[in-house]
Design a protein around this ligand. Structure first.
Ligand SMILES: C[S@@+](CC[C@H](N)C(=O)[O-])C[C@H]1O[C@@H](n2cnc3c(N)ncnc32)[C@H](O)[C@@H]1O
Length: 258
């Protein structure tokens, strides 16, 4: 893909996932992940541990060597603000212990708690009619997530688990062709998250999701011209073949083949 062919990351010295972090960051991440993974089951039910793992995922985004200082914004900008693996000129390191500020552990925990609150009491931003004040208010939807939903993990090319059920409404949010390489980007997080998830789901069918070392790439609906180059001849890309082109094909095939 682009990281290996168009803008090769190995040319900048990055050949392994761990190289995207400095030693201090690796140590802190490993300690945090160990504490989360080994949190006793009787004190911390699975859903709570998973929420903390979600905070850890965001922390990874904010604590790696691809975070940079945006001079205009005067703030740390987390990794993947642009959806690629391009190295940054102004790499900076976040503080582990600071209580306030952008992207540190406490603020990622606070964001996770906000997310849980939103889940129970969702809102949309409502822009106030007075255009001179670019302010918005929260408009509460009275539409919390209903417990008992069943999430599935897999490719939408296989919906066999839905059997012949009828649905009133189907909402999809498909990928944007060749714009975002979700699976490649997700691998940055997955290599960390699969470690506790494999352990927590051991013996359950879900454990199979976390066996592979990378996220599933083969069924991804993505137009990756580097990984899968379109090596067809120009005439093959057109919807219709002209008579001249047909003659050219015949010539290439060494005569008529009826
Ligand atoms: C535009 S994003 C959807 C984001 C999501 N709705 C949200 O708001 O966070 C498209 C998603 O489709 C996923 N995707 C790509 N190929 C897929 C496939 N064959 N089956 C299911 N999902 C796929 C991508 O991994 C990506 O997460």
């Amino acid at each position: 893909m682009r990281t290996h062919v168009k803008d090769p990351l190995p040319d900048h010295g990055y050949t392994h996932w761990w190289m995207l972090f400095n030693n201090r960051q690796l140590l802190v991440h490993a300690c945090l992940l160990k504490a989360i993974t080994e949190a006793p089951e009787d004190a911390w039910p699975l859903d709570i541990r998973e929420q903390v793992l979600g905070a850890f995922q965001q922390y990874l985004r904010n604590q790696n060597m691809f975070c940079f200082w945006d001079t205009g914004y005067d703030k740390l900008v987390p990794f993947m603000s642009n959806a690629n693996y391009n190295p940054k000129n102004l790499a900076i390191e976040n503080s582990v212990f600071k209580q306030l500020g952008r992207g540190n552990w406490s603020s990622n925990i606070a964001n996770t708690l906000d997310g849980i609150e939103w889940m129970n009491k969702p809102w949309e931003a409502y822009i106030l009619p007075d255009e001179s004040q670019a302010k918005s208010e929260h408009f509460f939807l009275d539409d919390p997530i209903i417990p008992g939903n069943e999430p599935y993990c897999g490719s939408s090319t296989d919906l066999s688990m839905l059997a012949n059920e009828l649905f009133d409404l189907v909402i999809t949010d498909p990928p944007f062709g060749d714009n975002l390489y979700y699976a490649d980007l997700a691998d940055f997080f997955y290599v960390w998250l699969r470690l506790p998830l494999r352990q927590w789901y051991a013996g359950l069918p879900e454990a199979a999701y976390f066996e592979p070392e990378r996220t599933p790439h083969s069924m991804e609906a993505v137009d990756n011209s580097v990984e899968h180059p379109d090596d067809r001849e120009d005439y093959e890309k057109k919807s219709f073949i002209t008579l001249e082109e047909l003659e050219e094909i015949e010539k290439k095939l060494g005569g008529r083949h009826d």
